[in-house]
Design a protein around this ligand. Structure first.
Ligand SMILES: NC(=O)c1ccc[n+]([C@@H]2O[C@H](COP(=O)([O-])OP(=O)(O)OC[C@H]3O[C@@H](n4cnc5c(N)ncnc54)[C@H](OP(=O)(O)O)[C@@H]3O)[C@@H](O)[C@H]2O)c1
Length: 437
């Protein structure tokens, strides 16, 4: 069959493992929206494999549905195994098995954050291509955009966890953490057990995969410094908004607490973090919609970062999977095999070594000399205080919150100082957050 522009069309047969949300969105997009005239690739679904035969599978033709995983690898015509399951160890096993059976592998799972070396090794050994664009940023194709930057990258920063972002956005409107979490759960944006999102683990998986792509290195999620958002209180939101950042034009901006993921070269070593941070109100990060994902890629080619933003999850995830299928089908037809090597070695900083400006929140009793002693602890550790803010006057002996911003410093140094402040006897309920400017 010829395309209208005279080019030959490519036929590619795929099998899908996983008939959950993503599996169904993929089937639906392929059957109702996909345009093979535009892409030049006709996609045929040979098989969709689910696990539990007792579940109803509306919208899936019986002829292609299987409950036997082996069926995913069997079809002689099947070129690509597309996998969308929630079990990352099983996903890695499927990837390796698919490639051993001569199939390329595409996934929406964050498997590369756990098993980058095993998967790359299997791809290189079996001369297969892999695609995992849907694993970060849903349908935004963030990984693809990173690949296309022709200059050295120095920082990738963004918001890649929708649940945490939604919760902090709601807290900005005056809700408590508990109320905002409840709302996220009601909206289907948070699991009944939200720990994977709010403790920063999901974001850590995603920024690990982003860092792999930006620096061609085999980062895993365990190397990411991870801090939770569930320690943030409405008082922190208020204190942050009272701490003003003055930009280069003299304009003043309040700070907003955001759940950012960041990968940054610091003196040739990689700082990797998934932590709530104070961001000045003039940064584009603060304009991200409550269900959006976005990243800003700072590179040596231009002063302004490259922005990629869009829906972070949901149906558009299928778009990223289809892009991967199309790209791999074209490579396969052309005999091109080019999986990532992730061969570059870059040292990753320990969390305590990561340098940032810090926000310290503490509650202290109104006792004579309290502030003198607190600032004395900072001075002892050679930490420079940039800003100090106490929102209310209190009677002698009563406690009140205080916010302190300190200059760029290693996390471990600020932690040590904070511990020493707590030992003063009248400092309690402390919190340390980073600043991103
Ligand atoms: N949902 C999103 O918006 C989104 C966006 C981007 C990426 N992702 C990622 O994509 C993956 C799938 O997400 P989802 O939302 O589709 O999850 P889901 O609705 O929970 O579906 C998961 C599917 O995986 C199957 N499964 C689980 N373990 C399996 C195993 N060991 N062997 C074979 N099948 C297995 C389940 O089978 P049964 O149906 O038989 O239980 C189910 O069909 C996850 O890794 C997720 O993180 C999701």
């Amino acid at each position: 069959m010829q395309r209208s522009n005279g080019q030959q069309k490519i036929d590619v047969h795929i099998s899908i493992v996983g008939a959950g949300h993503v599996g169904k969105w993929l089937l639906e997009s392929l059957s109702k929206k996909y345009d093979s005239e535009r892409t030049g690739v006709r996609i045929h679904v040979d098989r969709i494999v689910a696990r539990d035969p007792r579940k109803q599978r509306h919208g899936i033709e019986k002829e292609i549905l299987s409950f036997n995983l082996e069926d995913a690898f069997r079809g002689p015509e099947t070129k690509i195994v597309v996998e969308a399951i929630s079990d990352l160890k099983a996903s890695k096993d499927i990837a390796c098995k698919a490639m051993e059976n001569g199939k390329h592998w595409v996934t929406s799972s964050k498997t590369m954050a756990l098993y980058p070396r095993e998967i790359v090794e299997a791809a290189i050994k079996n001369r297969r291509n892999i695609g995992y664009m849907a694993s970060v940023g849903g349908g935004t194709c963030i990984l693809d955009r990173i690949s296309k930057i022709p200059y050295p990258i120095n920082t990738v920063v963004g918001v890649l966890n929708t649940t945490s972002h939604f919760i902090l956005k709601r807290m900005l409107l005056g809700e408590t953490y508990e109320a905002a979490l409840h709302e996220a759960q009601s909206a289907g944006l948070a699991e009944p057990n939200p720990d994977f999102d709010v403790k920063g683990r999901d974001g850590a998986h995603k920024i690990a995969i982003v860092a792999q792509r930006a620096w061609n290195t085999a980062i895993t999620h365990e190397q990411v410094c991870t801090e939770p958002i569930d320690t943030i209180t409405p008082v922190d939101i208020q204190l942050a908004s009272a701490l003003i950042f003055r930009d280069e034009y003299g304009n003043k901006h309040p700070h907003v607490i955001m759940p950012i993921q960041i990968a940054q070269l610091q003196s040739g070593r990689l700082a990797l973090g998934c932590f709530p941070s104070l961001v000045p109100g003039n940064h584009a990060l603060t304009t991200i919609g409550e269900k959006e994902n976005a990243v800003y890629i700072y590179h040596d080619g231009r002063r302004e970062p490259v922005e990629v933003r869009g829906p972070g999850a949901g149906e558009p995830t299928a778009d990223a999977i289809i892009s991967d299928i199309v790209e791999i089908a074209k490579k396969d037809a052309a005999g091109i095999v080019d999986p990532p090597t992730l061969s570059r070695r870059i040292e990753v900083l320990d969390p305590g070594e990561i340098e940032s400006e810090f926000y310290i929140r503490l509650y202290t009793q109104n006792v004579p000399g309290a502030m003198h002693k607190i600032s004395g602890v900072l001075a002892k550790h050679m930490i420079n205080m940039q800003m100090f803010y106490q929102p209310m006057l209190t009677m002698r002996g009563m406690r009140s919150p205080i916010a302190i911003i300190v200059d760029k410093e290693k996390g471990s140094t600020v932690q040590r100082a904070l511990k020493e402040m707590e030992e003063l006897g009248y400092v309690e309920d402390t919190l340390l957050l980073r600043l991103f400017h």
